[in-house]
Ligand binder design. Structure first.
Ligand code: F0G
Length: 468
């Protein structure tokens, strides 16, 4: 693992310090242990059901939680709130074309809106959708469109201790085997994600996407990219892949996208806005279907559920998100937290990825079976200890198999400390690390949880538990 000093030396600088200063602050409030216990009981031990007023440091997601820049706020004042043809849409379209390189753009209210459109437009019932590990909302939309998701990520991704530098890579042999078994015509498209979320924010290499492109060209299969954290992925290519050290993140991002046929985006992450998303495509046929579907599900094809001001803020956010200094500070902060925890021998997914520290709950609570929801238990214990809010990424998130109805037991049973962009300080990271350590020191006292309410879709958002 690259430590912070080595990273600084490699880049010829001393620190990952942020390339901005703070102009406006938002007070947060601290709670007592009794208040937290009451809040946790009322929330059914699910951190998604907490009120944010009861949270001290909020590491639930990095989604929609970024701090916008003064330029972005200035852009909000330039919102053209016309129903059709808002000028801000054309700014956004131009920014996506310039930095991601795709031809046709369909705006959506957030990432899952775009996932719905691409799934409806490009999957025929019964087709396979191979991907480098599932993501919750992505797979659900693929399944709702009649697709069958198939995991083709390399085995190392499922091992929290493998130090493979590109654990997000596609295993091309797994894809070849699937093509041989079902035939290329039965494959809707490849669902490729940058910095694979459920694997711990692990990147895909340029060599891998290039080889994937060549293989797909042989079989006439399209590749669609989940570009949600693709700017972060580009940082890892710059840092780890031969030939990219001197290339700017913006150039790496554009090259990567050039090997794919389109992308969907949750702009609430990399693009530094609080709401928004998009679908971008190179082929006119899919674009036409998606542009038609967007008026059914999202809004007109020049706003897709966003206000004009949101699109302006996003256009500016895109240009900021690909700045090398921004990304160095962003990932530097995540690593700072990871290094503290590693020094204290707390089990986390290695190497540290782009957007979060993933605590390895199955090793943290070695005495708990996966059926007692160790990842969920750890998120609850952290909140009870300090008011830090984390999220489960294990058996609860994985949901049930639609065919058998059984729990899906993923090999990775994790709790995610997700770092919002440009929001918290180094001192906040110290508090988080100290709280994780306090919970770790008392780990033997935890008994796990029992699920007492479970909704049909994406259960992790709304299910409830009680302590065992
Ligand atoms: N793809 C990835 C890789 C994501 O991480 C998310 C959201 C989406 C798609 C869906 O986008 O939320 O805008 O509808 N991830 C958040 C998370 C919620 O917590 O990781 P959305």
């Amino acid at each position: 693992m690259t430590d912070i000093k080595t990273m600084g030396q490699q880049l010829g600088r001393r620190s990952w310090a942020e390339p901005w200063k703070i102009k406006m602050v938002e007070p947060i409030h601290m709670t007592t242990a009794e208040e937290r216990l009451r809040a946790m009981q009322e929330s059914g031990y699910n951190t998604f059901l907490l009120k944010s007023d009861d949270v001290y440091i909020d590491l639930l997601p990095d989604s929609g939680t970024s701090a916008m820049s003064d330029r972005q706020w200035a852009g909000m004042m330039l919102g053209d709130e016309a129903y059709a043809g808002s000028r801000n849409f054309y700014h956004l379209e131009a920014a996506i074309q310039e930095y991601y390189g795709y031809r046709f753009i369909v705006p959506t209210h957030q990432g899952r809106g775009a996932e719905n459109l691409i799934s409806q437009a490009a999957i025929k019932k019964g087709q396979y959708v191979p991907g480098n590990m599932y993501f919750t909302t992505t797979r659900l939309h693929q399944e709702l469109a009649g697709g069958i998701f198939t995991d083709i990520i390399i085995d190392e991704a499922h091992d929290s201790q493998s130090l493979h530098p590109f654990k997000g890579n596609v295993d091309l042999d797994k894809l070849r085997a699937l093509i041989a078994k079902v035939g290329a015509a039965q494959i809707a498209y490849i669902s490729l994600a940058g910095t694979v979320n459920m694997a711990g924010g692990q990147p895909v290499s340029m060599a891998n996407v290039r080889e994937l492109r060549a293989l797909c060209d042989q079989h006439g299969i399209r590749i669609y990219l989940d570009a949600t954290r693709m700017a972060e992925n580009s940082f890892f290519i710059q840092e780890r892949e031969e030939g990219y050290a001197d290339k700017p993140i913006a150039a790496i991002l554009k090259e990567f996208c050039s090997y794919t046929d389109g992308a969907w985006m949750s702009a609430k992450k990399d693009n530094l806005v609080n709401i928004g998303g998009w679908l971008a495509l190179n082929h006119e046929d899919v674009f036409e279907s998606a542009r038609n579907l967007v008026v059914v599900y999202e809004g007109l094809h020049t706003y897709g559920g966003m206000a004009g001001r949101d699109m302006e803020a996003m256009a500016i956010g895109i240009t900021e998100s690909v700045q090398d200094d921004h990304m160095r500070a962003r990932i530097g902060q995540v690593r700072y937290l990871g290094d503290l925890l590693t020094q204290w021998n707390i089990p986390i997914v290695q190497p540290v990825g782009g957007h979060a520290i993933f605590l390895d709950a199955s090793r943290f609570y070695a005495h708990l079976p996966q059926s007692a929801f160790p990842g969920q238990t750890l998120a609850a214990e952290l909140y009870l200890d300090s008011g830090v809010r984390a999220m489960e990424r294990g058996v609860v998130s994985a949901g049930r198999d639609p065919q058998t109805g059984d729990h899906r037991y993923p090999r990775l049973e994790l709790t995610r400390l997700t770092i919002p962009r440009r929001v918290y300080t180094q001192a906040h990271m110290d508090v988080v690390a100290e709280s994780v350590k306090a919970v770790y020191d008392q780990r033997e006292r935890s008994r796990g949880l029992e699920m007492i309410y479970e909704p049909q879709y994406l259960r992790f958002f709304q299910c409830r538990f009680k302590p065992l």
